[in-house]
Design a protein around this ligand. Structure first.
Ligand code: GLC
Ligand code: MG
Length: 424
């Protein structure tokens, strides 16, 4: 990845459904905890990789439903499609290797003979992935029979059973594990092999991730039977793989701590960070993550409605500081903070959440920092995002001073009319 000029301190490679995303938590709390930890402590020097069974279509749908961060690398369709960066540039070199002993037509023909197999949605059928549903009780037998038939037809495939219902047929060289191994090799050849890699998963198609050499692994507490069985049979003596006590993203955070891969305290687990102002290291990225978390708590009415907070925020703003609202209106930063008073608790009970994505700070001149990020607000079912640029100056003995905040609506948020509840 060009973004990093040296090896990533940590590369997290995580499955999405029931691993990064907890579909049983409508509040998305563990995901939001992970998000703030990542943006606070890892974004600037680490790599986030999502590795999902979903096709690009269903992956994009999930992004709209859940507060997912933007990964550096996206591996989709069970390790058959790898893309890079925000614009998701495909790795065509990877696709080329998958054509070995693979023939989509033959797979479709042979699977047609199995009445136990129900074809999944059209979006989930990909050039190197054919997917069905099959009953748990039939899965083993069908897999055996089908591999023999395909082998006879000269193909070399991999059949994976996940989530107690999904059956994927892929080229032998594909899969989440192979895709990760390919990625590690590629990063190594660029002199950027990550210092540590942590693989995270919950179901059958994640098993391969845990056999990639030198990689730490976490099976989240809610892992599926088929993965736990695979682990018991194949990897139970590997101390680098743990079965977490916590569900989903909570389990990922737990593993980061247990394997000592770096900080594992999410800012969301700190109740009063404005109090601990004495941040020895000047870090503008931290300021931004903490501010927007405070802003969420303020509007949810979860922090005390205290003048001390307002005073402390105002003290960190430049008296002539400017805030450019995404609508284009300009206000003084200090006035904007003053206005916050009337919004205390206005989002109580309204499912209001704020999260930041891709927080990156650069020192533009000595003591002057520019932080760029995407800031998101969810209120009930409505979501809005904007690109935010914050300029800070570091003053000797005073820490960081907010000088200018400028926001522009993200593409999809431009179309929405009402922006009255967007404060900062
Ligand atoms: C995702 C995909 C599906 C696949 C399953 C297991 O749910 O949408 O096609 O079968 O993951 O890999
Ligand atoms: Mg999963």
């Amino acid at each position: 990845m060009e973004r990093l000029s040296s090896p990533a301190r940590l590369m997290i490679v995580s499955d999405l459904d029931h691993t990064m995303v907890d579909h049983h938590d409508p509040e998305n709390l563990s995901l939001l905890r992970f998000n703030s930890l990542w943006e606070h402590a890892y974004r600037h020097d680490s790599l986030l990789v999502f590795s999902t069974g979903r096709s690009p279509t269903l992956y994009k749908e999930l992004r709209k439903e859940k507060p997912l961060l933007t990964p550096d690398i996206t591996i989709m369709s069970v390790g058959t499609e790898i893309t890079y960066g925000n614009s998701m540039v495909p790795d065509n070199g990877w696709v080329d290797t998958l054509n070995n002993k693979w023939d989509l037509g033959v797979v479709k023909e042979e699977t047609g003979n199995f009445s136990e197999l129900t074809l999944q949605a059209e979006t989930e059928q990909r050039p190197h992935k054919v997917s069905f549903y099959v009953d748990k009780s039939k899965a083993h037998e069908v897999t055996k029979e089908l591999s023999q038939r395909l082998e006879k037809r000269g193909l070399d495939v991999k059949i994976i059973y996940s989530g107690g219902m999904d059956l994927d047929i892929l080229p032998q060289g594909a899969g989440k594990g192979q895709a990760l191994a390919y990625l590690l090799k590629k990063l190594k050849s660029e002199g950027k092999l990550p210092v540590n890699t942590l693989a995270c998963g919950d179901s059958g198609n994640d098993a391969e991730l845990f056999s990639v050499p030198d990689v730490y692994g976490v099976m989240v507490s809610n892992a599926q039977e088929e993965l736990l069985k695979w682990h018991a049979e194949n990897a139970k003596d590997n101390p680098k793989v743990i079965h977490a006590k916590e569900r989903c993203a909570g389990g990922i955070i737990q593993a980061v701590g247990e394997f000592k891969l770096g900080p594992s305290l999410s800012p969301r687990d700190v109740s009063d960070f404005l109090e601990c102002k004495a941040d020895e290291n000047v870090n503008p990225g931290h300021e931004v993550v903490k501010f927007f978390l405070f802003y969420e708590r303020w509007r949810r009415g979860e922090v005390e409605n205290s003048e001390a907070y307002i005073a402390s925020l105002k003290a960190s703003c430049h008296p002539g500081g400017v805030f450019v609202h995404p609508s284009g209106a300009e206000k003084s930063l200090v006035d904007t903070i003053d206005e916050l008073r009337k919004y205390h608790g206005d989002k109580q009970g309204k499912k209001f959440r704020v999260w930041v994505d891709q927080v990156l700070a650069t020192e533009s001149a000595h003591g002057t920092w520019i932080v760029k990020l995407d800031k998101w607000e969810q209120s009930g079912d409505e979501r809005r995002g904007c690109t935010t640029t914050v300029k800070f100056t570091a003053k000797e003995g005073e820490g960081l001073v907010w000088e200018r905040v400028e926001q522009t609506w993200s593409e999809e948020s431009k179309l929405k009319k009402d922006d009255s509840s967007w404060i900062i």
